[in-house]
Design a protein around this ligand. Structure first.
Ligand SMILES: C[S@@+](CC[C@H](N)C(=O)[O-])C[C@H]1O[C@@H](n2cnc3c(N)ncnc32)[C@H](O)[C@@H]1O
Length: 481
């Protein structure tokens, strides 16, 4: 069941790579389950990272299930399961998914991910201090953290080393192996003289005369060995890694080493993960002091996740896009490392889509080093149009006006008889409660038909324009038209 798409820009040709894969940044408005099925046509097995920050099902004001705001626990799990199963199909063989979550559903989400992705493919759970001041609502603990659950499609295929570039450290160490068992007798091939000229600073294994000082691996415990055999020593000398330094009338040999980058730790406590400063605060700065979105993630949380899990040309998908932090982080990381990562964002709420687009436009506009853009698309709303009209109606009269259009142009549930609106109207008016009337009217719509499915685009009922039909053909075909 792939949904149709409409794009808001007029497009002559989509950018594609040599294999015909669509290489455009996309922002898609629509229900993410349908969007995932639509994306499957193009992106099955192509996405390197899926990052999602779903509604946490805490029931607070942060909840954003507009059509579904009374989710109970098991409904939430089913909602997630349906999406995770399709999401998995989109991942590359070496792809990964990272899901943000808090204590409310953490255990259940973990079990669900174990089931959908299999336990062996769990990469790890990172605890992120996103709210250092702590929550105040709870009677018990003041919570400062949330989680990011990392799973691979197949851990054996993952090639990333889970080290942060910035943790790379260059250090120096003595060239003498100090261990007691490292003696000239036990390791003769590590014991040889090295010659040094203090004037020219030449270091050599050949005795070139009186201007050279002979150095041996001796420390205060007696004669030891060097750390490398002659051949390796000469190789490092050539690379400029060997140095002689004078300390207290003694010449000592040092060797530069790059200490292996540290593996990323599972506890992320740095100030950059504070969602208030680097999520809400950052958005406020971009939106001239206004606060356009509740509870965005810190840009740096998503940036660090991208650093650990993606390479320069990867496709990144976020199907709970919200204010578009993931898109922003992709742009930022590409700027930092010259990469060409591509983002696909899905969001169903009009007001969130608006924030997301404006945010990314501003980020691109303000930074001359970011030379990219995005396409804004929409799953073709069909019954969704009526859903919106019902939701924004204020009175019984308004609702009654929607009915004739709806009976004619929407896909109703099979048991609704559109040709008997007159009888129904009297009962409808008698309910005398606008909210109940809205629910009743919405009930009649077939929710499986909120969006036009790709296979039905040619159907006259949907009155899809020729232009949109062509666009859909272009979108779903693997080759440029
Ligand atoms: C917690 S927010 C994500 C915030 C985002 N990480 C950020 O930093 O801005 C979850 C988002 O998912 C959207 N959403 C919820 N259910 C959805 C659905 N079924 N389809 C598409 N979007 C949905 C909500 O409207 C909301 O914007």
């Amino acid at each position: 069941m792939a949904g149709g798409v409409i794009c808001h820009q007029s497009i002559d040709e989509f950018k594609r790579d040599e294999n015909g894969l669509l290489r455009e940044n996309l922002i898609i408005k629509g229900n993410n389950l349908i969007a995932l099925h639509s994306l499957k046509e193009q992106f099955r097995g192509q996405v390197k990272l899926i990052y999602i920050d779903p509604p946490y099902n805490t029931g607070g004001s942060a909840e954003t299930f507009t059509y579904n705001n009374t989710f109970n626990h098991s409904t939430w799990l089913t909602f997630m399961k349906n999406r995770l199963e399709v999401a998995r199909e989109l991942l590359k063989a070496d792809g990964m998914i990272v899901v943000a979550i808090n204590d409310a559903e953490m255990f259940y989400l973990g079990v669900l991910l174990d089931e959908v992705f299999e336990r062996e493919n769990k990469i790890g759970v990172v605890c992120i201090r996103h709210h250092p001041r702590g929550t105040t609502q709870s009677s018990f603990f003041s919570t400062v953290h949330e989680y990011a659950l990392f799973y691979a499609k197949d851990t054996e295929r993952v090639t990333e080393n889970f080290r942060f570039e910035t943790d790379d450290v260059e250090e120096e160490e003595s060239f003498i192996r100090g261990r007691e068992d490292a003696t000239p007798e036990t390791r003769p091939n590590l014991y040889y003289p090295i010659f040094y000229n203090p004037v020219t600073e030449e270091i050599t294994l050949d005795n070139k005369g009186d201007d050279f000082i002979q150095l041996l691996p001796e420390n205060r415990n007696g004669m030891r060995t060097w750390k490398l055999v002659k051949e390796s020593f000469l190789a490092e000398l050539k690379e400029g890694k060997i140095e002689v330094r004078k300390t207290q009338n003694k010449y000592e040999i040092y060797r530069k080493i790059v200490r292996e980058k540290n593996k990323a730790k599972t506890m992320w406590t740095a100030p950059r993960y504070d969602a208030n400063h680097h999520g809400t605060g950052l958005l406020k700065k971009l939106f001239d002091g206004q606060n356009p979105f509740s509870y965005p993630k810190s840009l740096y949380t998503v940036l660090d996740i991208l650093k650990l899990t993606t390479g320069a040309d990867d496709v990144i998908l976020d199907f709970f896009a919200g204010s578009g932090t993931t898109g922003h982080a992709v742009l930022e990381l590409n700027k930092q490392d010259g990469g060409n990562r591509q983002f696909i964002l899905v969001e169903q709420l009009e007001e969130h889509i608006a924030v997301c687009k404006e945010r990314l436009e501003k980020v691109i506009e303000k930074d001359e080093n970011i030379k990219t853009d995005f396409l804004s698309c929409e799953l073709m709303p069909y019954n969704a149009v009526f859903m919106d009209r019902i939701q924004s109606a204020q009175s019984t009269e308004e609702l009654l006006e929607i009915w004739p259009d709806m009976s004619k142009d929407s896909v109703l549930k099979w048991y609704v008889k559109p040709n008997r609106p007159e009888d129904a109207a009297a009962h409808f008016i008698a309910i005398n409660d606008v909210e109940k009337q809205k629910q009743l009217l919405a009930e009649l719509l077939d929710k499986n038909q909120l969006y036009v499915h790709l296979s039905e685009i040619a159907d006259e009922t949907f009155q899809v324009s020729e232009e949109d039909k062509t666009l859909n053909k272009m979108f779903y075909s693997k080759e440029s038209q």
